[in-house]
Design a protein around this ligand. Structure first.
Ligand code: CP
Length: 301
């Protein structure tokens, strides 16, 4: 039984094993798990929550869902007490999203229940980074030496932070870009900051970030089209990408703000593939947490 709260808890062999498990899960039948997985989401989600539900169901697990309105979180029960309750009930895995750095608030472990971070404020989104890395691995065969540009609202992005850590761990070169007013000075030592147009032209993959307007103190991106022209992925900018380069976005998309609507289904776009890979990689992760994800267990399952 293992938990996954931060990307830094993985090693290179862990990620390689998760990739291998995800690839093996492209072929049915799936290895089986049993028991209950709880989705504890106090921030909105479509992709992450539904793909975790799908992943748990495909593996044979039952799923229950708690949010901050319909559970005792609403009555003031702390997240930690809620997790203790779920563990006492016999839940095997709790998949958690909240708007703050909730892993830092936990004062004790949960020995018989795996915790999975499905998003913690602007700090971590490890399974998004995993599915993004897997999408790059499918496309290019390896991550070593790849130039990956992560552009946009870096300041408020847990996707950017988790991807910087994971992609660098796997040998990719990570370049951050976007408007200076949405930069993240604490990432200066971790990744190079580059002019947006230069970065787009140099990239093997450009990952546009969602503007996290719910975390902005005031409207920092505008709705008059000027953000898209200056800092978004337009058709003209896409034409400057290398012939083999791909376009990514974690979703949900602010159409015609950080990315032109017309590019969502462009031949260079891997946005739908990222979503699809979310199920496979989350199946691999649940298996890694609950069964150790070892190859012999997959084969004998
Ligand atoms: N990428 C992502 O986390 O999307 P959701 O908020 O829809 O889960």
């Amino acid at each position: 039984m293992r938990s996954l709260l931060r990307v830094s808890e993985w090693s290179v062999p862990d990620v390689a094993a998760l990739f291998e498990t995800a690839r093996s899960m492209e072929r049915q039948p799936f290895p089986k798990l049993d028991g209950m997985a709880a989705m504890v989401f106090s921030e909105p989600s479509t992709r992450t929550m539904v793909s975790f539900q799908m992943a748990a169901n495909q593996l044979g697990m039952h799923v229950c869902q708690l949010d901050s309105i319909g559970s005792s979180l609403k009555k003031g029960e702390t997240l930690e007490d809620t997790l203790s309750t779920l563990e006492a009930i016999g839940v095997r895995a709790a998949v958690i999203r909240a708007g703050d750095d909730w892993p830092s608030r936990l004062s004790h472990g949960f020995p018989s229940m795996a915790l999975v971070n499905a998003g913690s404020g602007q700090w971590e989104h490890p399974t998004q980074a995993l599915l993004d890395a897997y999408t790059l691995y499918q496309e290019f065969g390896e991550l070593q030496g790849l130039k990956v540009v992560i552009a946009g609202d870096v300041a408020h992005s847990r996707v950017a932070r988790s991807n910087v850590t994971l992609l660098k761990m796997m040998g990719a070169e990570v370049i951050l870009s976007g408007p200076p007013f949405l930069s993240a000075p604490e990432l200066d030592g971790a990744a190079t900051w580059m002019d947006f147009d230069e970065a787009v032209a140099a990239a093997d993959a450009v990952m546009m970030l969602r503007g996290q307007t719910e975390r902005h103190a005031a409207d920092q991106m505008g709705i008059d089209g000027s953000y898209l022209a200056k800092w978004g992925m337009t058709e003209q900018r896409l034409e400057t990408m290398q012939p083999h380069a791909i376009l990514m976005h974690p979703g949900p998309v602010n159409r015609d703000v950080e990315i032109a609507s017309s590019l969502l289904n462009h031949q260079r776009s891997r946005i739908s593939i990222q979503v699809k890979n979310g199920v496979l990689t989350r199946m691999a992760l649940l298996h890694w947490c609950l069964q150790g994800g070892r190859r012999e267990q997959l084969v004998s399952a």
